[in-house]
Design a protein. Structure first.
Length: 125
């Protein structure tokens, strides 16, 4: 099993859980971000296949939370406009939610499910 196959399965599960999630760069970003954060939380380099659906539920939750805060819109919002340089910057509420949320809030109840898979981080001299 490759990482790509695992990511594809997680995305598929997430789309089944939340039919407002669409394929694209945003789903790719959120899936990889959540997967990375789960792996850091677990102190591991690989994700056990048993945890894929849990990660998909977290991905779905990220989209649901950002949809609630944006009144159902996952569209990009303009964050800044520069007149002379004609530059427009967009911000995505999903990405800003991920940046500003700590692991406990992001995992929202899934910490107990992930805890048995957590590896002990032992420092030796």
């Amino acid at each position: 099993m490759t990482d790509s196959e695992q990511e594809t399965r997680i995305k598929t599960y997430a789309k089944l859980l939340n039919n407002r999630i669409e394929d694209g760069e945003l789903l790719d970003f959120v899936t990889l971000e959540v997967l990375d954060r789960v792996l850091v939380y677990l102190n591991d380099n690989t994700l056990d296949q048993k945890l894929e659906r849990i990660v998909a539920r977290i991905v779905s939750g990220v989209f649901a939370e950002s949809q609630e805060s944006s009144d159902g819109e996952l569209s990009r919002n303009i964050s800044s406009i520069s007149d002379n340089g004609q530059t427009i910057s967009y911000s995505e509420k999903v990405k800003s939610y991920l940046v500003s949320t700590d692991d406990e809030e992001l995992f929202s109840g899934f910490s107990k499910l992930l805890a048995p898979y957590r590896r002990v981080n032992v420092a030796s001299e």
